[in-house]
Design a protein around this ligand. Sequence first.
Ligand SMILES: Cc1cc2nc3c(=O)[nH]c(=O)nc-3n(C[C@H](O)[C@H](O)[C@H](O)COP(=O)(O)OP(=O)(O)OC[C@H]3O[C@@H](n4cnc5c(N)ncnc54)[C@H](O)[C@@H]3O)c2cc1C
Length: 287
Amino acid sequence: MNILRDFPMKNVTSLGVGGPADYFVKVKSKEDIQEALQYAEQNNLPVTTIGYGSNLLVTDKGIRGLVIQIADSFASANINGSKLTATSGCLLSCISKFAACHALSGLEFAVGIPGSLGGAIYMNAGAYGGEIGPLVENVVWITSDKIGEWNRNEFYYSYRSSRAQQEKVIIAEATLSLTPGDRESIFAKMKELQAQRIAKQPLELPSAGSTFKRPPNAYVGPLIEKANLKGYQIGGAQVSTKHAGFIVNTGDATAQDVLDLIQLIQKTIKKDFGIELEPEIRIIGEL
Ligand SMILES: Cc1cc2nc3c(=O)[nH]c(=O)nc-3n(C[C@H](O)[C@H](O)[C@H](O)COP(=O)(O)OP(=O)(O)OC[C@H]3O[C@@H](n4cnc5c(N)ncnc54)[C@H](O)[C@@H]3O)c2cc1C
């Protein structure tokens, strides 16, 4: 295990902002995860787990303690009948296409979500009417001294929330239950959803996806547009001119720029429409 010091978090987050992690390790196996957790325990370091950093805003002061990254070096998947089992570092886009190649339907919605299986389970990621939670058959989790499992009935989830957010565990592996389908139609659906994403989302600029969770009976993008904040900029952070539900980094944004913009949007939407917007992106690190 190669533990790095003062690692720049902006290098491993899609938004491209954030200060250093005191300690950083990229793991390759379940044993590595446990070893990293034991190292943190022995050295009294708080632990932060990340995947591909596509839903994160890391503060400018960075993260105290140990960051464990579970990404491409811990990525393998297999299929047994209609069940797909994968380690948590697998990219969602890869396992979606893997399922499609085996004529298994259910993961079409996930093909354009740029995160890991572990991050998706933690966040109960979803899009276009689908979400990962209902597909989960089994989750393998790890702590410093235990490896355990949640079956379908023990893994609870709701909109952008899951049991993993309530418990201090690292997700190591999951089995998803898919449905046999027609290979061509599955790929056609993925192509259609990907085209919608490219047309509507600011994929050409760094972001962390939708900034806020969808409030009841309203859509965030149109609310922000109505409040005349589309294109509004603080430092290098901008409300996307393509989709107001995204904040993009125009090049030299700091985490503080993004935080200030989030707060300004929240205040304005509360004042104009009486609606409280809750961030969907996870804000982590020292404030
Ligand atoms: C352009 C763009 C489009 C997006 N579109 C969507 C969308 O359509 N739908 C959607 O839901 N999201 C979307 N996202 C957000 C993001 O891709 C998802 O939330 C994704 O599931 C996060 O995965 P990640 O590996 O990047 O996790 P990270 O961003 O690295 O982490 C997210 C959270 O998960 C936790 N976590 C990560 N891995 C593990 C693990 N193995 N064990 C325990 N906890 C873990 C982290 O601690 C953190 O709290 C988008 C993001 C971008 C940049």
